[in-house]
Structures are given as structure tokens and as C-alpha cells.
Ligand binder design. Structure first.
Ligand code: ADP
Ligand code: MG
Length: 729
């Protein structure tokens, strides 16, 4: 077994960087070249078809059959010119990835000859077999069909020889089976609610979009080492491995110079990303060795989510070309930093205003404060829902870990804004305000600096931090489809904004003027949301105690976190706003429980296998060598000499033997616990038992293996060690 490890290491030493040539030095010359964007639509579509599509995009409408036929003609022309032979509906089922089923353009024509055909019917809708996708019991076994339907707001793109049409995915009976359908609903709810509030400030606002920029963190490891680690191949993380003597303690990787082979990989995937219209902008080394980050310029949320999914897929594919494997798992290596996907989120109007950016005068700043406070209130009221949206098996290794946000969802604002909110609380009165009081308040508000970036002294430990002109939702995991987080956040804010409008209008009805009414409600919200505002170190134990005092929940259990989707408060937000039906939400939660159970199950199986079939035999082999050695000593030396010399070896033998016995015992126990858990019918209870009874064995067993790694002869250790995985490239 150790041969695989050493031949892998040799292979890596001989690797050369694989340079790629972009089509042009100027990105602007080939950006979007593989996308059927508005520009190309204008060229390839008839005038009528083009204006219909544009309208559909702007208004979030779908196309009629005839309109779709028109669009299909132009799309087909573009596709064939670009060498496409196939098309697929590209969707986001409730797995961790995207799905595609390719169909050729070919059809048998009237005269029996093969022709290329692509109709409007297949452009807008398709009926893939849904039976093998997670559905949480929605899909009846006798009705396995699902429907995919074109999401016109996300443009068609081409990958290789396949045209990819972004679609939603619903069951035969119309329930969402994906992340996109509910996301689009949440975004349109937010649009409506936010536009309504904008009317208080600016009548020209007719559309509000939510914006998202995802900072994608990831690890790279060499392909040869990857194949020598079955745990990484099957679970995308190391299930064992002693900490490397040196890893990130010197902080010498963060923002360090990017290694050449890695740089070639990055340039390659960035080039492909540009062709697909993904505006990747920032790249840098992250904190842990072999950890990196890629961040695009923010876009409208739905598009940004699609682009992030596409980018992850692209990175996986391009990495193979460079003999790398990219790991999106939140915690591939114990003891060093994990990976997140910071979701930078804000809202923007059709008039070009970022609603979470301070403006130039009291009026625009009152608007800014209105949105700011409403977001805070939403995070306060939907605290459990927000956590549920980011909690899953792989992220649970990170959330609550010492370097990542804890499972307490709080909001960081920075001292300037905290003071601002405090002054609103102290200055706004229940009674009618005097003109002098109003002027004073507005003066203060008018003084908020336009650029707050420097005032929001970055708090890296907060799960939800205001960073000057947007919120950074940091608890999102690196492997997640951020659709889940975006559904929860946008739905919660939309719900909150609707409530806000009702409250303000009621006060206006009672005869108060608009500004005063807004102030009064804001004051109330600030007071009600106080508990969620936290400026200190979120990793500290004091915060856990403080949060408990504030009655902020701290739920690190994954199934329990997920179950919070079903609290009356969460249901009111998600079902009340029409983002989910009852059935959809329940089934989704079921899918999440099952995903959790299965992932722990896979990890337990892989660990059991490696422990018994790789580690124990290796340890036994080494122990046998030691035993032979001890016997040899006995043959050669006198009794007293022997006693003196053999002591340390005997101790080692006992030590190894104890670890072996412990591993065997623990693996057996773990198998028994799994057997007991597997017969539980209820998905929640099963997940809970997996978490409480099975998952702890993963840590316990690895402790013994990691100890063995330290004492067993390096020559025969079968698996690449942390120092090799993290520093060889
Ligand atoms: P950091 O210093 O937090 O690592 P990065 O430059 O890596 O920052 O990433 C910041 C992300 O925030 C980028 O994707 C950027 O486009 C995004 N961003 C900036 N403004 C907004 C906004 N108004 N809405 C959403 N995202 C934004
Ligand atoms: Mg960054």
C-alpha cells in the first residue's frame, strides 16, 4: 500500500505547470463569447422575438409556444455556428450539484434523412425522469416525471458542444424539486416589498434586485495524492491524518505569492469563466496551505447563484487538466482553516441606488437606515431560519469550529452605525416630535459618511457582518448551492419589509407624517433586535454565555438546526410569502435530514474500511517487525542487557497493540450503532441518532489512527500525510 503513496509523491515532484493561452489578452474581447446574451439575441433573433424575450426577462414572465419557437430558431443558428451538437436543460436539483441530460439536435426528417432540429417546445420545457433525484416524498412512484422550464432571466450558454438552458425543476404536480424555483419566488417577493418601501423615498423606483457576490474558497491537491487517499475520493475530506508540524501557524500562506502550477490552473479556469460571462475578479492564497479564494464581481442573485454553480463545475473540470483536484468541502483537513463561501449581499434599485449604501443627504440616509434596520430585524426574527439555511453535514465541521462563525447567528455593524442606531433610540420619542428635534435627528443622519468601509472595522468572526455597503453572510459553506441561503435571507427580508410598510402606514393613518412614522418603527425594531447585534469576538466562549443570556439560540446539531425550517415563525415567512407550499417545505426538510444521514454514513463506512483494511494491517506489520527485533535482542544479549534494551520497544509494541484493539473495538461499536440507526423510519430521528451515536466515532477512531501515524515506520505508512497533502504541489 505504501507504494501508492510514494509513487504519488514522485509523480508530483515531476509535474510541470500547464500553461494556457487565453483567446486574447483583453478579456473584454471574449467575455460572454459562450453566452447567448442580449447582444447576440439582438443579432440572431427577429425584432419581434428579441423584444418579447427582453420583456420576459424584465418582467420575469415566460414565453408562449410561438414566441419560444421564434427564439429557438435564432438560438439554433447561434448554436450550430459555435459547433454545438446537443442541448440540455441545466438545473439545480436538491443534491449538491447541477444536473444535465444531453439530447442531440438530430431528428429524422420527413424524407427519412437526418436533420438538425431544435424547437421552441424543447427550449422552454422538458420532462426528465425525476425518480432518482431527492424529492423528500413529493414524487409518487407511479408519476416519476418532472418538468424543467426555462428561466429566461439566466442566459443560455454553451459548454463544449452542448447548449445549456438554465431551468427550474418541478414535479409533475407542480412542486419545486430544485433550488431555483423557490429562489426566483423569494427574489420577486423581495422586489415587490422593497419597491413599496422605496416609494416613501423615491417614486421613480419600479424595480429592486438583490445582488450577490460569492467569495469561493477552495483547496487544491495533486491528483496523484488524491487517488492515494480513498477518504478524499469518496468523502471529499480527510477522515484521518495527524496534523503537520507546520501548517498555517506562521500565517505565511495568506496573500502569499500564488504557486506557479496553481496560477496556471487559475488563469485557465478564469479564462473559461470569462467566456461564460462569469466576472471573476479577485484571486488570492487563503489562510491554510493549499487553500485559495476566487471572487467574482457581484451580480443579480439568481444569476450569481447560477454562475457560482457553473464556476464550481468549471473549476472541477479544469483542475483535472492540470492534474489537480479541487476540494470544495468545508473542512477537508482537521486542525486548519476550513472553507466558506461568503455571500456578499445587498439590494439595488433600477435608479442605480445601492439600498445598503449610505447616501449624500438626510433623505437618502434615512432610506439606507430603513433597509439596514429591516435587514437586522429580519435576521433577528428569522434567526433560526437563517441558520437552518446554511447548516448541513459538511458545514457542521466548520460552523462552531474555532476558526469559523459559531452556530449563533448575530449581526456585526461597526461602532459608527451602532452609535447611530443608539441615537435614534434615544432621540425618537413616542410623542409628536418638535421641529427642532426632527432637525437634530436628520442632521445626525445626514452626516453618515458616504463611504463607511473604513468605519466598519472588519470583524472577521461575525457570521453576518455589515461591510460598508452590503452584508457579508459568512456562515455559508464553500460547497453549498448558495440558493438555500439566498432563499431564506431574501424571503425573510421581504417578509420583514411587508410588515414594516404596514406598521408605518398605520402610524401615518393616525396623522403622523411619513418620516416620523418611519423613525418610530425603526426605533421599535432597533430595540427589538438589540440581542442580535454583537460587535465582539464571535469565537470566544464569553459570547456563547452572553448569547444564552440574550436568548439567542445556539444550535450546533444539524438535524435540530434543519428542523427550524418548520417552526411557526419560519413557516410564516416561507409559506406565508408563497415561496414554498407546506408540502414543498416539509419534503425539502426531509431531503436535508436524509442527506445528513447519508453523508455521515458514507464517512463512517470509509473510515471503517480504511481503519480495518489499511491502518490496522500496517500497524500489525510494524508491530511484527518490533517483535522480531525484541526476539533478536533476546538471542544476542545477556538477560540484564536485554532487559535494558528491550524496554522501549516493548512499550511501543504495547502502545501500538492498544491502539489496534481500540480501533477494532470502536469500529465494531460504530457498525452496531449504524445498524440500530438504520432501522429507524423517521428521517429526523434517524439523522439525530446518526449525529449523536455514529458521528462521535469518527473523531474517536481517527484519534487512535493519528497516534499510530506518529509511531509507525514512515516507510510503510499507506496514506499520504498532511504535510504531503498540504505542501506538495
Ligand atoms: P473581502 O475583502 O471581503 O475578501 P472580496 O473583494 O474578496 O472582499 O469580495 C467582496 C465581494 O463583495 C465581491 O464579490 C464584490 O463584488 C462583492 N460586493 C461588492 N459590493 C456588493 C454589493 N453591493 N452587493 C453584493 N455584493 C457586493
Ligand atoms: Mg475575499
Amino acid at each position: 500500500m505504501a507504494e501508492l503513496r510514494f509513487s504519488a509523491l514522485k509523480e508530483v515532484f515531476n509535474r510541470e505547470p500547464l500553461e494556457t493561452k487565453p483567446p486574447s489578452k483583453d478579456v473584454s474581447k471574449y467575455f460572454n463569447s459562450n453566452v447567448f446574451d442580449l447582444h447576440k439575441m439582438e443579432h440572431y433573433l427577429s425584432k419581434e422575438a428579441f423584444s418579447v424575450v427582453k420583456k420576459a426577462i424584465n418582467e420575469g414572465k415566460s414565453l408562449t409556444r410561438q414566441e419560444a419557437d421564434q427564439v429557438a430558431i435564432g438560438l439554433k443558428a447561434w448554436a450550430l455556428e459555435n459547433g454545438a451538437t446537443h442541448f440540455t436543460h441545466w438545473f439545480h436539483p436538491l443534491t449538491d450539484g447541477t444536473a444535465e441530460k444531453h439530447d442531440g439536435f438530430i431528428e429524422v426528417g420527413d424524407n427519412g434523412h437526418i436533420v438538425e432540429n431544435f424547437s421552441g417546445a424543447v427550449l422552454v420545457q422538458s420532462e426528465p425522469d425525476a425518480s432518482s433525484f431527492p424529492s423528500g416524498g413529493i414524487r409518487n412512484t407511479f408519476e416519476a416525471r418532472g418538468y424543467t422550464a426555462w428561466d429566461v432571466s439566466s442566459p443560455v450558454f454553451i459548454v463544449g458542444s452542448t447548449i445549456c438552458i438554465p431551468t427550474i425543476f418541478v414535479s409533475y404536480t407542480g412542486e419545486a424539486l430544485d433550488y431555483k424555483a423557490p429562489l426566483l419566488k423569494a427574489l420577486s417577493e423581495l422586489d415587490r416589498a422593497a419597491v413599496d418601501i422605496c416609494q416613501y423615498f423615491d417614486k421613480d423606483v419600479t424595480k429592486v434586485i438583490a445582488t450577490l457576490g460569492c467569495e469561493q474558497e477552495y483547496f487544491l491537491i495533486d491528483e496523484a495524492l488524491y487517488y492515494a487517499r480513498p477518504d478524499i475520493v469518496l468523502a471529499e475530506k480527510t477522515l484521518m491524518g495527524h496534523q503537520s508540524a507546520k501548517d498555517q501557524q506562521l500565517s505565511d500562506h495568506y496573500f502569499g505569492s500564488i504557486p506557479e502550477r496553481v496560477m496556471c490552473f487559475i488563469e485557465d479556469f478564469e479564462c473559461e469563466a470569462y467566456k461564460l460571462g462569469i466576472p471573476v475578479k479577485t484571486r488570492h492564497n487563503e489562510v491554510a496551505p493549499n487553500q485559495f479564494e476566487c471572487a467574482p464581481i457581484y451580480e443579480e442573485v439568481n444569476l450569481a447563484v447560477d454562475h457560482n454553480q457553473l464556476l464550481m463545475d468549471l473549476m472541477r473540470r479544469i483542475a483535472r487538466k492540470h492534474k489537480f483536484r479541487v476540494l470544495f468541502h468545508e473542512k477537508p483537513f482537521a486542525g486548519i482553516n476550513g472553507s466558506g463561501k461568503h455571500n456578499n449581499w445587498s439590494m439595488a434599485t433600477n435608479t442605480g441606488v445601492n439600498l445598503l449604501s449610505p447616501g449624500k443627504n438626510p433623505k437618502s440616509n434615512l432610506q439606507f437606515l430603513t433597509y439596514l434596520v429591516n435587514v437586522i430585524k429580519a435576521v433577528n426574527d428569522s434567526n433560526d431560519l437563517i441558520r437552518a439555511s446554511v447548516m448541513n453535514e459538511s458545514n457542521s465541521w466548520r460552523l462552531g469550529g474555532h476558526e469559523a462563525p459559531p452556530a449563533i447567528i448575530s449581526v456585526f455593524l461597526g461602532s459608527y452605525l451602532i452609535e447611530m442606531l443608539n441615537s435614534i433610540v434615544s432621540k425618537v420619542t413616542e410623542k409628536k416630535m418638535t421641529p427642532a428635534q426632527k432637525t437634530e435627528l436628520k442632521l445626525g443622519i445626514g452626516k453618515i459618511p458616504e463611504i463607511l468601509l473604513d468605519n466598519t472595522d472588519r470583524n472577521r468572526t461575525s457570521p453576518f457582518a455589515f461591510t460598508g455597503n452590503r452584508f457579508e453572510f459568512r456562515a455559508v459553506g464553500s460547497s453549498a448551492n448558495c440558493g438555500t441561503a439566498m432563499i431564506a435571507l431574501n424571503a425573510a427580508v421581504a417578509y420583514q419589509l411587508v410588515k414594516f410598510k404596514k406598521e408605518v402606514d398605520q402610524i401615518i393613518k393616525k396623522g403622523r407624517n411619513k418620516d416620523e412614522a418611519i423613525f418610530q418603527v425603526l426605533k421599535k425594531y432597533i430595540i427589538e433586535s438589540k440581542r442580535v447585534l454583537f460587535e465582539g469576538d464571535n469565537y470566544s466562549p464569553e459570547w456563547h454565555a452572553e448569547a444564552a443570556k440574550r436568548k439567542l439560540s445556539n444550535i450546533s446539531s444539524v438535524p435540530e438546526s434543519i428542523s427550524m425550517y418548520l417552526t411557526p415563525a419560519s413557516k410564516e415567512v416561507l409559506i406565508g410569502s408563497g415561496v414554498f407550499t407546506d408540502k414543498e417545505l416539509e419534503s425539502r426538510v426531509e431531503v436535508e435530514y436524509e442527506k445528513f444521514t447519508k453523508k455521515v454514513q458514507i464517512e463512517a463506512r470509509v473510515l471503517g474500511d480504511l481503519a480495518i483494511n489499511h491502518i490496522v494491517p500496517t500497524a500489525v506489520r510494524y508491530m511484527t517487525t518490533l517483535l522480531d527485533n525484541v526476539k533478536g535482542l533476546k538471542d544476542v544479549f545477556s538477560n540484564t542487557e536485554y532487559e535494558r534494551l528491550a524496554g522501549a520497544r516493548k512499550e511501543l509494541i504495547i502502545n501500538i497493540s492498544d491502539h489496534i484493539s481500540n480501533i477494532k473495538k470502536l469500529v465494531n461499536e460504530m457498525v452496531e450503532e449504524r445498524k440500530k440507526a438504520n432501522i429507524i423510519e423517521d428521517a429526523f430521528r434517524k439523522a439525530l441518532i446518526y449525529e449523536k451515536k455514529v458521528k462521535p466515532y469518527l473523531e474517536e477512531i481517527r484519534t487512535h489512527i493519528d497516534k499510530l501515524e506518529l509511531i509507525v515506520d514512515n516507510e510503510i505508512w499507506p496514506l499520504p500525510k498532511y504535510r504531503e497533502l498540504l505542501f506538495t504541489r
